[in-house]
Design a protein around this ligand. Structure first.
Ligand SMILES: NC(=O)c1ccc[n+]([C@@H]2O[C@H](COP(=O)([O-])OP(=O)(O)OC[C@H]3O[C@@H](n4cnc5c(N)ncnc54)[C@H](O)[C@@H]3O)[C@@H](O)[C@H]2O)c1
Ligand SMILES: O=c1ccn([C@@H]2O[C@H](COP(=O)(O)OP(=O)(O)O[C@H]3O[C@H](CO)[C@@H](O)[C@H](O)[C@H]3O)[C@@H](O)[C@H]2O)c(=O)[nH]1
Length: 525
């Protein structure tokens, strides 16, 4: 696998003159009868196109699973088969315990599974049968080789693409669902055409996914937009029309947008970069609030009322996590560097650096409030998932914080309502290091509930904004009674009514609000 990665990457960043005549992406304003392109909705389809009867999705992960389950649920006439090499994951999709937690997902899967929705490890059979194939495999940040730490590892995309070329015996529409660097579709086309059987044609579309974890089902049911990128050729437009029909099973036509392939690929990276940038901006301002007496929630509210800014994604936090934001921004940084645009690269990199700073800054505040030492102290960590309503811990800020606390020789007790215990040990250890879990367990334990986590603790640190941690849900008086005194709460998610909780006796420290306790050098109040 590793040996093919540089090949694909070099194609991705060096293809400026490699399109065939007549296959140049459309120019601004070009309108094809029946298809409105370039940010305009896809209207009534009056160009010939095939009706999709069978879909295969390669990759049964956080995106492939929910997205294609919803497609099946909303299109009972389409057979949808989701395939994956991971047999345990497929077995879980076929069981009562789905492999991912997502509100509403169980109902959607149960409505269609066994009727027109199937989960299988038989990748070849899925490909053979399908008219349209989603490639929804992982595209993690490369950890070795050229671009390590920044570039997307396209090995899984390449491998899935080669498999399609090897197996297909009829024309296929191949859809990039994974988040990929700009011009990956070109690389996929080279691979498909170079390996295809005679007289078999592949059309490639980009159809990035914008769902957020925790709200995946409602995001899929009511998307802000569905984006389809295609070549501006007759075949490209026709393939886009076929995919648009699938979404039109439940999405209004004027929300289905078509544009050129490269705009579509870049729009996905751009949307994530812009969202993450808002969080880093508000987190940077939270540091100013803490030092001045301003309140970040009030600042967010005031700014968000400006209709040009809007209120969403302005919640200060202990830092953004999740499998996408950091990975996709680093991908954009790498793309910018590959295109010899160092200033652009530096600009976006700062969004990630600010996020790292926020996690360090919050940890420093915990240490400083706890009288400048964590040695031997017990810290209860409330929440380990990267956000509420998911069991996903990828890039969760809680992992970074727990590691910082460990370095300070604290004992840490973690409670999260959805994260599996085995996942916590995986996240806190290096892969392949023998017996490391046993070493970690000397300092870290997993609690069955928040009361157990907090018992005997010096401080609670709220890392995830689960509703379960609000003072309206938890009995903080009981928790206070069980803790060492002074008992601290560090609210890294702005979910508590600090006044109410401090009335119980807690010392409450909230991100983006001035310090209330043990201020040595300056009186901020
Ligand atoms: N997680 C999200 O919320 C989200 C949202 C939008 C877009 N994305 C993007 O979607 C893509 C998938 O993300 P995810 O979170 O679903 O990843 P994931 O790791 O949960 O799932 C990917 C799956 O693909 C399978 N796979 C890899 N190579 C395969 C192959 N050759 N054949 C069959 N199966 C194969 C893996 O076994 C895995 O189960 C990524 O590019 C990601 O950036 C993710
Ligand atoms: O105001 C905010 C909003 C979010 N977050 C944090 O940001 C991270 C990401 O949250 P969110 O964007 O809601 O979840 P994701 O599942 O990572 O979804 C993002 O990444 C997906 C993968 O590309 C995209 O499809 C989605 O559109 C995009 O929102 C989480 O740690 C949140 O707690 C904040 O700190 N403050």
């Amino acid at each position: 696998m590793a040996s093919v990665i540089p090949k694909l990457e070099s194609l991705v960043v060096n293809v400026s003159n490699q399109l065939s005549p007549g296959e140049e992406p459309s120019r601004a304003g070009a309108v094809t009868p029946g298809i409105k392109r370039l940010s305009r909705p896809l209207g009534a389809i009056d160009i010939p196109h095939i009706t999709i009867r069978s879909i295969c999705c390669i990759g049964a992960g956080y995106v492939g699973g929910p997205t294609c389950a919803v497609i099946a649920h909303k299109n009972p006439h389409i057979k949808v088969t989701i395939v994956d090499l991971n047999a345990a994951r497929i077995a879980a999709w076929n069981s009562d315990e789905l492999p991912i937690y997502e509100p509403g997902l169980d109902e959607v899967v149960k409505s269609a599974r066994g009727k027109n929705l199937f989960f299988s490890t038989d990748v070849d059979a899925g490909i053979l049968e399908a008219d349209l194939i989603f490639v929804s495999v992982n595209t993690p940040t490369k950890i070795k080789g050229i671009g390590a730490g920044f570039a997307a590892d396209l090995g899984y995309v390449e491998s899935a693409t080669r498999k399609i070329a090897e197996v297909a015996k009829s024309d296929k529409i191949v859809v990039e669902k994974s988040t990929v660097p700009c011009r990956t579709a070109q690389s996929m086309r080279y691979i498909l055409e170079a390996n295809a059987k005679p007289d078999i044609h592949f059309d490639i579309l980009s159809n990035p996914e914008f769902l957020a974890e925790g709200t995946a089902i409602s995001d899929l049911f009511y998307p802000d937009r569905v984006l389809i990128g295609s070549l501006d050729t007759e075949r490209g437009r026709s393939a886009a029309a076929s995919l648009a029909d699938v979404y039109a099973g439940w999405v209004a036509r004027d929300q289905i947008i078509t544009m050129n392939l490269w705009s579509s690929e870049l729009s996905k990276l751009a949307a994530n970069a812009l969202l993450a940038q808002r969080i880093s901006s508000i987190n940077a301002l939270s540091a100013i609030c803490e030092a001045t007496g301003a309140d970040i929630d009030e600042v967010s509210y005031a700014c968000g009322l400006d209709t040009r800014i809007g209120p969403k994604f302005l919640k200060a936090s202990v830092g953004f996590g999740g499998s996408c934001f950091q990975k996709d921004i680093l991908n954009l940084v790498y793309l910018s560097e590959s295109l010899h645009l160092p200033e652009v690269a530096t600009y976006w990199k700062q969004v990630v650096e600010m996020n790292e700073y926020q996690k360090r800054r919050f940890t420093n505040r915990v240490i400083s409030c706890l009288f400048n030492t964590l040695t031997g102290k017990k810290i209860a960590v409330f929440g380990f998932a990267f956000k509420k309503d998911t069991g996903d811990t990828r890039e969760s800020p809680a992992i970074t914080l727990v590691n910082y606390f460990r370095e300070e020789k604290a004992y840490i007790s973690i409670y999260d309502p959805k994260v599996e215990e085995s996942q916590v040990w995986m996240d806190l250890t290096e892969p392949g290091v023998v017996d490391e879990t046993e070493i970690v367990k000397k300092q870290v334990s997993i609690a069955a509930n928040p009361y157990e986590a907090a018992a005997g603790a010096d401080a609670i640190v709220i890392c995830t904004e689960w509703n379960d941690f609000r003072e309206t849900v938890l009995d903080y008086e009981r928790i206070y009674a069980s803790m060492k005194k002074p008992a601290f709460i560090f609210d890294g998610r702005l979910i508590l009514d600090a006044k109410k909780v401090s009335e119980i006796g807690f010392k409450v420290e909230t991100i983006g609000r001035p310090r209330t306790t043990f201020v040595q050098s300056r009186d901020f109040e």
